[in-house]
Design a protein around this ligand. Structure first.
Ligand SMILES: NC(=O)c1ccc[n+]([C@@H]2O[C@H](COP(=O)([O-])OP(=O)(O)OC[C@H]3O[C@@H](n4cnc5c(N)ncnc54)[C@H](O)[C@@H]3O)[C@@H](O)[C@H]2O)c1
Length: 257
């Protein structure tokens, strides 16, 4: 398939995990790619894909609006337009019952899992409105209903709401805004940890409660693969989904989130 030929796509959080695979597959399908991450590891994509695709790799802290704006500006400067934005930055930092979260931890979760998507959507609107179209896919989570991550769930609930609301405002101007809500996803060990601190036995037990509840809540009683997540993201980003907007698609083996 070559669904993204002649399209310019930004993928955030592209250094590892779901975002990295989205970047690889967009490039394989012909996109001119802007891969962004806070980690320098994102530059590996230049070596990996640069022979076969047009790739720009950028480091940026997307918790800051100015950084999101800079990324969009550099993408448009390099490639002249912006067709696809995949907002993938996010991920729970802590796993524990809500009474154990400190104020600064709650804020950090919302900054990590809501603001990068809000900022990048805002920054991407100008080029997409000017050219009269575009597709935004926000990576949310089925964790909007689940244990031991209230702040993350609240942030992802915000992602679902901004997806729907922005779709209302932009549908008649050619922009589609959708989200996927991944369920538990098998991935290799993270080279960039979400939380570098050593986990206590109690924290490991709380994390295990998340894993058990996630498997239980899925009808298929299993985690998904990264490629099962990426397939849904690429579908929503592509013209195959041309009559779909404002939707959060659960990709959780039957767990609707
Ligand atoms: N893995 C899962 O089981 C799962 C389940 C449900 C939802 N999700 C969602 O899918 C998305 C990707 O998950 P993952 O497990 O692949 O994530 P991950 O934690 O493995 O990778 C996230 C990437 O984002 C980057 N990043 C973090 N903060 C950033 C910032 N401020 N600016 C720029 N880059 C930043 C990190 O450096 C990292 O490369 C996340 O939004 C996550 O919430 C994942």
């Amino acid at each position: 398939m070559n669904r993204f030929a002649n399209k310019v796509a930004i993928v955030t959080g592209a250094a590892q995990g779901i975002g990295r695979r989205v970047a690889e597959r967009l490039a394989e399908e012909g996109a001119r790619l802007v891969a962004v991450d806070r980690s320098e590891l994102v530059h590996e994509l230049q070596d990996e894909l640069g022979q076969r695709a047009e790739v720009l790799t950028l480091t940026a802290d997307l918790e800051q609006f100015a950084e999101a704006q800079r990324v969009v500006n550099e993408a448009v400067q390099r490639f002249g337009r912006l067709d696809v934005l995949v907002n993938n930055v996010g991920g729970t930092i802590w796993a524990k019952p809500y009474e154990h979260y400190a104020e600064h931890e709650i804020e950090a979760e919302v900054r990590r899992s809501l603001f990068p998507t809000l900022w990048c959507c805002r920054a991407a609107l100008a080029p997409m409105l000017e050219q009269g179209g575009g597709a935004i896919v926000n990576v949310s989570s089925i964790a909007t209903r689940g244990v031991n991550r209230v702040p993350y769930g609240a942030a992802k609930g915000g992602v679902n709401a901004l997806t729907a609301c922005l779709a209302f405002e932009t549908a008649e101007r050619g922009i589609r805004v959708n989200a996927t809500a991944p369920g538990g996803t098998e991935a290799p060990p993270r080279r960039i940890p979400r939380n570098a601190a050593e986990q206590s036995a109690q924290e490991k037990a709380w994390y295990q409660q998340i894993v058990d509840q996630t498997v239980q809540s899925s009808l298929m009683k299993r985690y998904g693969s990264i490629d099962e997540q990426v397939g849904a993201i690429l579908f929503l980003a592509s013209d195959e989904a041309s009559y779909i907007t404002g939707v959060t698609l659960p990709v959780g083996g039957g767990d609707l989130g």
